[in-house]
Ligand binder design. Structure first.
Ligand code: ATP
Ligand code: MG
Length: 649
């Protein structure tokens, strides 16, 4: 539970803004499904990449795993392990040939009295003069070395993958590391408005408000759950199989060619066939995986929207007629995509089997056609066993290479969220603070709490459109401005004196909440807002939002203890916490609870009444002792006594 005040307050506001559209989410269940129904401009369909996964995605994954050094170490370990695997097989071949030669010698000696008996170590083929027993030792030693290398390479490999997953997750969440797909774009941003430090903070938690307004929670959850899960669990397995597969294929081909180099011809043909099959399969399966991921987001959105609007749905008795039908529709869509993923996998496996059987036939019959006096049984046996191994592995390996590319679509989707536009500036601009407010002690800012709005307008941003065309031409030849900013509040000038209590009154939709959004810079702001003479650009968003307190209309509580909800950073003592509860007159209620401050609060404060939730939030604001406290109809659910309390604070 490491929520900072910034995140907390921000989340409260996000929560509030979300709540304004929770019902529209319920009616949004069919977005993406049917373009005719997709009328709400708030939600665009989820972006789906096309074509093969870009090399930069692989590169970004490798970079997050540790870069060049990690890759070189891994390749070194895998190659060495492979050399020992092949050596074991080659040694087995040598040994079998020696045993065969020894048996032949003995048979000749038994039938021919003149010939002398040759011992195993004196055989002309036995270059090193080893005994039969020593051959076993060499074989056993090679196997032990193989086991050690296998263990070592896998430990290093999985550690690298875990590191890559962790860094990808952290970047997607907080944007704290340097994995960037589009460095050119980032450099441009850095040059234009952002500091390099701000540019690094490009994760979901630093995304601007429009991102949350335009991306349903199910879509974001999907990336953090299923996509991340695939990168955590399935991708490393597919990758290790792939790496092992390529190295093994190379080593098997070397071994086979040492025995009968003519086999290179059918091998090349088979390799070509397998490659064509893989390409055919990949083109289909990659797109199917992407479609499946998007279909999954829709089901998750539906589930999330259903849970948040459950009371309304039940009261309207709409569980069966619309809700179940809508969900079935989404479920069917997802199941169809998933079934296609599975069937295309099976079909690929079947055709791979066919090609591999063909190759096995070629190898076996090649020994009848090209049999020579030197063809030892060991050589033939080795070639056939290797090829049988190759057949099984080819199937599995090719499937795994395709799987890697499919799983890489998850990395691609995660990287998309690591490269989100970020709010800025995050940190204070020390230089500007020093130049404009030389006597200011920024640590204790704001001391007075004077708020000034100068010609302030607020625009609720829309996500940047990728398909932005030049403005269309009007019939008369006049240009139509495609996206003129729609201002929620326009040209506001006001001054709130220190310790002054100001109430803003207006009919619904007048822009009262938008004033708060402007103060907290939750969307695109025109004009200037200052608190004690300091602007948000000077103070930085983190400090700005954490030093001002706001209580939204719908209080935000977390599924944690009451203590964590009051004091997420663990900054205050129990005495201070009880004092704050005293101020909002909750002491009696909390002390009556068996676990007191450690009582678990349900998700969103489910086990508290609406008024109690607001009081807990008010206690949280009281603890912060902020000079500026903003209440957005926060007294909607409580009695007049509470209203009086909030004014006291
Ligand atoms: N997230 C948003 N995206 C786009 N437009 C918005 C958004 N939130 C509010 N608006 C628009 O801004 C205008 C002002 O809305 P605002 O929420 O500030 O009104 P309000 O005075 O707080 O109303 P209420 O009393 O109902 O809370 C409205 O026309 C609304 O449609
Ligand atoms: Mg409002």
């Amino acid at each position: 539970m490491k929520y900072t005040w910034t995140v907390l307050l921000f989340q409260e506001l996000v929560h509030q803004f979300r709540s304004q559209r929770s019902m529209s989410e319920v009616s949004q269940m069919s977005f993406n499904l049917d373009s005719d129904n997709n009328l709400d401009p708030q939600y665009e369909g989820e972006a789906q990449q096309k074509g093969s996964v870009d090399n930069s995605v692989y590169l970004a994954y490798v970079k997050s795993g540790g870069g060049k050094l990690a890759v070189l170490t891994l390749f070194g370990l895998f190659a060495l392990a492979q050399v020992f695997y092949a050596s074991t097989d080659i040694w087995l071949k040598e040994w079998v040939n020696l045993e065969e030669a020894f048996t032949a010698q003995n048979a000749t000696a038994a039938s021919d009295d003149n010939s002398t008996v040759v011992t195993f170590e004196n055989l002309p083929e036995n270059r090193w003069g080893l005994t039969s027993e020593q051959c076993v030792y060499v074989y056993a030693a090679l196997i032990v070395v193989c086991v050690l290398f296998t263990w070592n390479k896998l430990v290093v490999f999985y550690n690298t993958c875990i590191k890559a997953s962790q860094r990808l997750h952290d970047t997607m969440f907080r944007g704290v590391m340097g994995v960037r797909v589009n460095t050119v774009q980032l450099t441009k941003l850095c040059r234009s408005e952002m500091s390099a430090n701000d540019a690094m903070c490009r994760g979901v938690t630093n995304a601007p408000m429009w991102f949350f307004n335009h991306n349903p929670s199910g879509r974001i959850l999907n990336r953090f759950s299923k996509d991340m899960g695939q990168v955590d669990t399935l991708l490393p397995v597919a990758l290790v199989d792939c790496l092992g597969f390529f190295l093994e294929v190379v080593s098997i081909l070397v071994v086979v060619c040492l025995v009968n180099w003519w086999l290179l011809v059918p091998t090349a043909v088979v390799a070509m066939l397998l490659y064509v099959l893989r390409e055919l399969f990949l083109n289909t399966s990659r797109e199917l995986k992407r479609i499946e991921a998007i279909a999954r987001s829709q089901s998750l959105n539906h589930a999330a929207a259903t849970v948040s609007g459950l009371t309304t749905i039940r009261s309207a008795g709409e569980q069966q007629r619309t809700l179940a039908q809508e969900f079935d529709k989404l479920q069917d869509l997802h199941s169809s995509a998933w079934t296609l993923v599975l069937t295309s996998n099976r079909a690929f496996g079947f055709w791979m089997d066919m090609v591999c059987c063909l190759y096995l036939g070629c190898v076996t019959f090649s020994f009848f056609l090209f049999a020579s006096a030197e063809s030892h049984g060991g050589n033939v046996g080795l070639a056939i066993t290797q090829v049988i191994g190759l057949v099984g592995m080819c199937q599995f390996g090719m499937r795994q290479t395709a799987e890697v590319e499919n799983q890489m679509t998850s990395v691609e989707r995660i990287l998309e969220y690591t490269n989100l536009p970020a709010e800025h500036p995050v940190d204070p601009d020390e230089k500007a603070l020093l130049a404009n407010h030389s006597s200011l002690d920024f640590k204790s800012w704001p001391v007075k709490g004077e708020i000034i709005f100068e010609d302030v307008s607020l625009e609720y941003e829309k996500p940047p459109r990728k398909d932005l065309h030049p403005a269309p031409e009007a019939p008369s030849g006049q240009k139509i401005v495609a996206d003129e900013p729609v201002l929620a509040i326009r040209g506001i000038n006001l001054q709130i004196q220190p310790a002054e209590k100001v109430a803003v009154v207006g009919r619904t939709g007048a822009g009262k909440s938008s004033l708060i959004a402007a103060l907290f810079r939750l969307s695109k702001l025109y004009g200037k807002v200052t608190v004690d003479g300091v602007t948000v650009d000077e103070a930085g968003l983190r400090a700005w939002r954490s030093r001002l307190a706001a209580l939204p209309q719908r209080p935000a509580l977390f599924a944690a203890s009451l203590r964590d909800n009051l004091d997420p950073d663990g900054r205050y003592t129990d005495v201070q916490l009880w004092d704050a509860l005293d101020q909002v007159e909750l002491r009696e209620m909390v002390s009556a609870l068996p676990a007191g401050l450690n009582t678990k609060v349900g998700d969103g404060g489910g086990n508290l009444s609406a008024g109690q939730r607001q009081l807990v939030c008010l206690a949280r604001a009281a603890l912060a002792r902020s000079r500026v406290l903003i209440l957005d109809e926060a007294s909607a659910n409580v009695d007049t006594e509470y209203e009086f309390l909030s004014f006291k604070i």
